[in-house]
Design a protein around this ligand. Sequence first.
Ligand SMILES: O=C(O)C(=O)C[C@H](O)[C@H](O)COP(=O)(O)O
Length: 202
Amino acid sequence: MSIVGQRFVPVIVIDDPGLAPDLASALLHGGIGCAEITLRTEAGLRAIEAAAEVPDFTAGAGTVLTAADVDRVVDAGARFVVSPGLADDVVERAIELGVDVLPGVATATEVQRALRFGLDRLKLFPAGPLGGLDLIRALAGPFPGVRFLPSGGVTPENARDYLASPAVFAVSGSWMATRELIAARDFDEIARLSRAAVELVP
Ligand SMILES: O=C(O)C(=O)C[C@H](O)[C@H](O)COP(=O)(O)O
């Protein structure tokens, strides 16, 4: 399973890898089948490993900054790799290993660089501060074949509008599984917020 077909990609910052299986189950319970587990914390890598074991769940890695990170997260079981920006070595290594890669782009120049790698699904980061849907509409003009994953400033209030754009394949954000909710083991609330997100899509 890959990220294709997913419409919500929760961004996870986790401090205890032991919580990853319950987190993945809560997301699944809410109707979300994947997550980008970031390497922002020490626990990230082991959390990917644990979430990758959960049946029907697609564990991905976020904040992947180097080719060595790609090796580590793929070894841990990550099925997709997300970066805040576009680093050639990260993209090349992910392609070599045959894992989906979603580099972050913020400009038309970066979209062109991503296209040279044959990528047509890109993260747009940080989507809100960059101009949100206005920017996506502007980029969709010269790049009609590209689909974006807006991340950064996506909320339950604007997710539906983003997802209504044909240039958006999924949205990403931390709101349905915040670091605090995970640390508090509030898996019922994570499932509820996930369900509410999924229900935003007609
Ligand atoms: O660390 C990374 O590699 C990231 O991917 C950054 C995240 O995409 C955003 O931090 C999510 O933004 P919020 O939903 O506004 O919290």
